[in-house]
Design a protein around this ligand. Structure first.
Ligand code: ATP
Ligand code: MG
Length: 287
């Protein structure tokens, strides 16, 4: 059975794509079959995996809007167990085009149903907004991972994001769970970075992954070569951090799956609101 993970944060440039691509790659190298869905019109996940997006005739856009089956757009990558549902520029128009389609929030969920049996994991890389594309990702997802950059005002916007998660859970997708926050671009030499991690942990005590992703030039260089860190430079600090994150991901998954089974047995619905940080907006002001 597949589990769908959305990588979301309406803040731009916080490491959503880098985390989705590299976690997917390490899991695939550990023998999980993974489909990475690039749901961002910028197509960074597509380019990061070495796919020349301007040469593509089909992408996730055609699946959402023109009813092309997702199976018909999936591409292989250099990592055999990692497949890609690419994004092309027309996806930028999808937000507007989706608006007039009935049941527009469930489109991605429906389309992914056809392929879900073929993968252990489906990762959806979201654009930096809380528009219809991200809502589609959250409606399709079982779990959401929030990459958070270790920088000033990191918490800003997280309250709004948590509110959106709660709304989606309440109205569109009761399965949705917050799986964890990944602290990215961590610079151990900067006190600010350590303070940000502490502050985020205060608000999300059980959700922040222990693995901190270091700020590193190799991480930023890999997409330009169209390769995940796992093959581009497997011994780099960044690669090792993402390998460690993959390990932590698997351990957390096992734990949450067991907890969820126990909750279902008790017929109790978890709420994403229980992870809502108290007065997160105010906290960001004191950072
Ligand atoms: P967007 O919101 O535009 O989709 P994003 O949240 O997906 O952005 P990324 O594209 O993953 O963020 O990262 C933003 C930029 O920071 C990219 O140029 C990426 O290569 C770089 N970057 C990401 N993580 C690191 C890191 N750990 N060290 C150095 N650079 C990084
Ligand atoms: Mg991105």
């Amino acid at each position: 059975m597949t589990t769908i993970y959305a990588f979301a944060n309406q803040k731009g440039g916080v490491g959503k794509t880098t985390t989705a691509v590299n976690l997917a790659a390490f899991l695939a190298l550990r023998d999980a079959s993974v489909l990475l869905v690039d749901l961002d019109p910028q197509g960074n996940a597509t380019s990061s995996l070495g796919v020349e997006r301007f040469a593509l005739s089909h992408s996730i856009y055609q699946s959402l809007i023109n009813h092309v089956p997702v199976n018909g757009i999936i591409l292989p990558t250099k990592i055999s167990k990692l497949a890609l549902a690419p994004s092309t520029a027309p996806l930028a128009a999808a937000e507007v085009e989706l608006a007039s389609i009935p049941d527009r929030e469930h489109l991605l969920s429906e389309k992914l149903r056809d392929v879900s049996a073929g993968y252990d994991y489906i990762f959806v890389d979201c654009p930096p907004s809380l528009g219809l594309l991200t809502v589609n990702a959250l409606t399709a997802a079982d779990r959401v991972i929030l990459p958070v950059q270790c920088e000033y005002l990191a918490l800003e916007g997280l309250a709004q994001l948590m509110h959106t998660l709660a709304l989606v859970q309440e109205n569109l997708n009761p399965r949705l769970q917050l799986f964890g926050l990944v602290m990215t671009m961590y610079d151990s030499r900067m006190r600010l970075a350590q303070q940000v991690v502490e502050e985020v942990k205060k608000h999300f005590p059980d959700q922040v992954f222990q693995t901190l992703i270091p700020r590193s030039v190799r991480v930023a260089e890999a997409p330009g070569f169209g390769e995940p860190l796992a093959t581009f430079d497997p011994y780099s600090r960044g690669a090792q951090a993402y390998a460690q994150l993959a390990q932590e991901f698997l351990e957390r998954e096992q734990k949450q799956t067991a907890e969820r089974a126990a909750r279902i047995a008790d017929e109790e619905q978890p709420s994403v609101m229980s992870h809502m940080p108290y007065a997160v907006g105010e906290a960001s002001e004191v950072l």
